[in-house]
Design a protein around this ligand. Sequence first.
Ligand SMILES: NC(=O)c1ccc[n+]([C@@H]2O[C@H](COP(=O)([O-])OP(=O)(O)OC[C@H]3O[C@@H](n4cnc5c(N)ncnc54)[C@H](OP(=O)(O)O)[C@@H]3O)[C@@H](O)[C@H]2O)c1
Length: 280
Amino acid sequence: MESYVLKNGVKIPKIGFGTWKLKEGEEAYQSVLHALKVGYRHIDTAQVYGNEASVGRAIKDSDIPREEIFLTTKIWNDKHSYSLAKQAVEESMQKLQVDYLDLLLIHWPNPVHLRKDKAWMQANQEVWQLMEELYQAGKLKSIGVSNFMVHHLAALLPHTKVKPMVNQVLLAPGTTQDDLVNFCRQHDMLLEAYSPLGSGSLFEQEQVKEIAQKYNKSVAQLALRWSLDKGFLPLPKSKTPANIESNLAIFDFELDPEDRKKLDLLEGLKTQSDPDQVDF
Ligand SMILES: NC(=O)c1ccc[n+]([C@@H]2O[C@H](COP(=O)([O-])OP(=O)(O)OC[C@H]3O[C@@H](n4cnc5c(N)ncnc54)[C@H](OP(=O)(O)O)[C@@H]3O)[C@@H](O)[C@H]2O)c1
């Protein structure tokens, strides 16, 4: 598996296995176990997905050495204070059966209960301070954010000693978020592409099917290759063994610039939710 290198020198495998909506229990366990068996070495979970225990069990049962797996989880919106986040990270590590995380993210910048008087700004600083301490202590190998738009980053960055290494946002054909991507790149942050298949909405698009045929690839493979060609790190989710496997077969081709452009401009797919408007 090829890797990107984060600004602190940490290597991060170029595809991550997404686990949102994988049900706690057999579904999450079998899916993650299969992903590890067929070659994924990067797993993306979150406290709110409710499946950390199954993810941890699959990692353990895979018998793959811990240091060969890149594991991410995310702090949920009801834990946006120093002490609540501290306790939540400890609980995550317990459920995942690990004594360090490769990457911890603040899941959303602006939880609904912290909007009055822009309380989210102070809350993010507090959580970030905890993350910096855990990073310095070696409990977190890298730290970052998710769903942060430029104004959320601009509010946080002046209050950081260790800068975010990653921003995980929705990036998929039709959703390129150019201004945000440029801002993150200026700050040397890697862009992780969540919902790289538009949460499934991509498969209805005739134009995408036609482009995929040209490369003799599936629609999913085309979208994931687009993501890599853009310099993003895609996080496809699947509970279907054949899809889990075929989503890895994207390292043997590249898109022509005009096809990449067509995918950039696609319309009608799922787009990034506005973090300042979501109701959670
Ligand atoms: N930070 C955040 O706020 C955030 C938000 C959303 C997502 N994420 C992360 O990003 C990951 C991926 O996003 P997502 O779960 O929204 O969706 P996605 O990966 O864009 O799409 C998943 C859907 O595509 C289907 N699929 C996968 N591979 C396929 C293939 N080769 N052929 C046909 N269908 C295929 C899956 O069905 P099957 O399962 O049946 O294969 C599922 O319905 C999440 O799991 C999570 O880790 C993060």
